[in-house]
Every structure is written in C-alpha cells, then in structure tokens.
Design a protein around this ligand. Structure first.
Ligand code: CU
Length: 398
C-alpha cells in the first residue's frame, strides 16, 4: 500500500508553503534595501525631509497682477517613499508628496479649476529580492487585505512590483483635499498603484485654508508617515498684504523605538492606534524649523503663518513671547478674525491662519502648548526677529 496524505492535509501544506515563501520574500519590510556591499541600507535616501517654512508660492493676487480667478491651475504631485533623518542619528521611512513633509503648499484662488496630477513614483521595489510574476499574479483584495482594506470592488491582477508595495502597506496612494466638494475629496479619483498617474480637476468653490492628505488604506498610517500638506484657496481679490508668510504643519511620528532611540526606526502601528506618538514635529522632523531653517523677520514687519494639524490629536499652537494680533481659526479666512489671541487649538485635520506684527527683536519659539510635545518630543520652531531694541516695550530693571 502506497503512502498517501489526506487531500486536506496536502492542501494545507501547499498553503503553508506559499505563506512561508511570501514571508521570506517580504518579511524584511519596506526598508530592507541593500547597498552594493549587501548591507542593509537604513541611512537617508535624501538629505532633508522637512519643507522650509518660507517655501511657499507668492500670493495668487500678486502673481496674476490683476487678481483674477477662474484660471486652470495644474499641480503635479509625486507620491514617494524615502528614508530620511527624523533626528540626529535617527532615520525613518517617510511616505511623501514630492519628497517633502509637509507636501507642497498649494495656492489657488476661488473660482479656479485645479487640476491635480498624482503619480505614484516607484522606488525601492525589486532592489534586493527577485520576484516571480507568476507567484504574485493574484487577487488584489484577498491577498493583501491588511495592506488594502476596504476596496471590495477591486479585483485587478497585480505584478510583482505592485505586490511588494502592497506588502509594505503603500501599494496605493491618493489625495483627499479638504477644499474639494465631492465624495472623498478627490481620493477615489486619484488612487494610484506603483508607476501609475491619475489626474482630476475640481473647482475651488470656497475660499479657506485646508488640509490635504493621502486617503489610501490604512489612512492614518499614510498620514502619519508624512502624506499631508496645506492648500490655500484665496478669496477673490486675495488676502491682505503682509511682509512675511510661513508654512508650518504639525505632524506625529510613531516609531518602534522610544523617543531619542538611534538608528533606523520602523513604524509602530500599535502606538498609532493608541494615539501615542513618540515624536511631534513641525515640518517633518525634529529641528526642521530651527537654526539655519528658522523663520526670519525684522522688527516692524507683519508675519502671517499658515498652520495645519495633520495628526490624530489637536494642536495647541502658540508662539512664546508673541500674541496673534489676528487669528483666523478653523481655516476660515473670510470671517472677521479673533484679536489678541495667545494660543489657538487647531483640530486634527484642520488649519488656522495667524497674523502678528513683530515689535521686539529676539528669539521666539513656535510650540504646541501641550508643552512636552515641544520641549521633549520635537514640535519646536524658531522665529528670529532682528532690529532695534524696544526698551519702551520691554526692558530689564534690575
Ligand atoms: Cu499614501
């Protein structure tokens, strides 16, 4: 009598085998790219992840001279995955729009047609492993459910490159702009797999300051990893003129290692679900808006800051030593501002615009006034004001 396995046991063995092969191929995660010596590379792919606070377009009303709206504005975005420094000696794999966090400041005018082109730039895939197309010509939904929850209508076949991205959790990116009127804010129209480009157009109906972010599963992970930014829809005729404008977005980073731990840090899903970031940051990383990248102004100038909160907890935005002469809360840039405000609470997925005249020279600190987030966990920026001392406003007595 020949030895024969029960068919169910045979089938079970095949399934276990496939799982083991997949684990060997994908188990090292998204950062497991080797260099020419075969070493695991966890150093930075790019020198700087943080967007500079002064890196934003000039006002539309100035750019167009006549201030007219109703133009078609094209915005080109690339979804990428890059390893970058989040602190001295600590690296992290960010997911970005255009290799910067926050993504580009988008600036349009009420009535414009805004054409968003989103390309999912292929990176990392296939660098250190060989994949069989046959093995991964499988159902998108059932095979990568954890990486792509919720798209039950999607049953397309994927190739090996896509399979690797999906296994890493970034098989798809998209963009939801809070300035869009329409389901998903554009997310459904911009779902891009590796090397895909999607384009959609929306009419900027409501002036305001809005967050945009990736809306592909798992959405909080895509946002936490860096896929967010601000879009300003200027009212017809533009905003009032100021001397300096800055772009600041608070983010959260959920690293496997604790605060200050050196080396490459994996993303920690459990900390995300518990809303316990290890780092809070302004513009992508710890120290992004300090030293040579501080906000700069001169005594007598009026400063405007576009501030966004991208994460899961509201921000308590404050500048130590300053008062917001005008606060436009909740991204409402149309209503009359609040006056002389010390701290403003910016909801998760919300924004605020603040304006103030700088009167006294010196160093000012941008903080989240839940202060351990700033003093300890990284959400700290500098505003350096130069000019004549103002002893009529502040002076030492003894
Ligand atoms: Cu994404």
């Amino acid at each position: 009598m020949k030895f024969a396995l029960n068919p169910f046991i045979q089938a079970f063995g095949v399934v276990v085998g496939i799982i083991l092969v997949a684990f060997v191929l994908f188990g090292k995660g998204p950062s497991s790219v080797t260099d020419s010596n075969g070493q695991i590379k966890r150093g930075p792919d790019i020198a700087e992840i943080g967007a500079r606070a002064d890196n934003l377009p000039i006002p539309v009303v100035i750019d167009r001279k006549n201030g007219a709206g109703n133009k078609t504005v094209t915005v080109n975005l690339k979804a990428t995955q890059v390893i970058a420094n989040l602190d001295n000696g600590t690296t992290y794999e960010y997911w970005t729009y255009n290799n910067q966090v926050p993504g580009p400041f988008i600036r349009v005018m009420e009535g414009d047609l805004v054409r968003i082109s989103l390309t999912h730039e292929h990176a990392h895939a296939g660098a250190d492993i060989e994949l069989s197309d046959d093995l991964f010509s499988v159902n998108y939904l059932t095979s990568f459910a954890t990486a792509d929850e919720g798209h039950e209508d999607d049953s397309r076949t994927v190739n090996s490159e896509e399979a690797e991205h999906m296994a890493a959790g970034h098989g798809e990116h998209s963009i939801d702009l809070h300035s869009v009127l329409g389901p998903g804010g554009g997310a459904e129209l911009t779902r891009v797999g590796p090397n895909e480009t999607k384009i959609f157009e929306f009419k900027a109906m409501r002036p305001g300051l809005y967050i945009y972010h990736c809306a592909s599963p798992h959405v909080p992970t895509h946002i936490a990893n860096g896929m967010y930014g601000l879009i300003l829809v200027e009212p017809r005729g533009g905003l009032s003129a100021v001397d300096k404008e800055f772009y600041v977005v608070e983010g959260e980073l959920y690293t496997r290692g604790g605060l200050g731990e050196k080396g490459f840090q994996e993303f920690d899903r459990k900390k995300l679900l518990n809303e316990r970031p290890e780092y809070f940051v302004f513009n992508g990383r710890k120290g992004s808006l300090t030293g040579g990248r501080a906000l700069m102004a001169e005594v007598g100038e009026t400063v405007r800051i576009f501030f966004g909160a991208s994460g899961q907890v509201p921000s308590n935005f404050h500048i130590i030593g300053e008062i917001f002469d005008k606060l436009y809360p909740e991204g409402d840039i149309v209503s009359s501002p609040h006056r002389n405000v010390q701290t403003t609470i910016v909801p998760a997925g919300g924004a605020a615009m603040v304006e103030f005249k700088v009167e006294v020279p010196g160093r000012y600190l941008l903080v989240d006034h839940s202060l351990s987030r700033s003093i300890d966990r990284g959400a700290l920026g500098e505003l350096i004001v130069t000019g004549e001392e103002r002893s009529d406003i502040i002076k030492k007595i003894k």
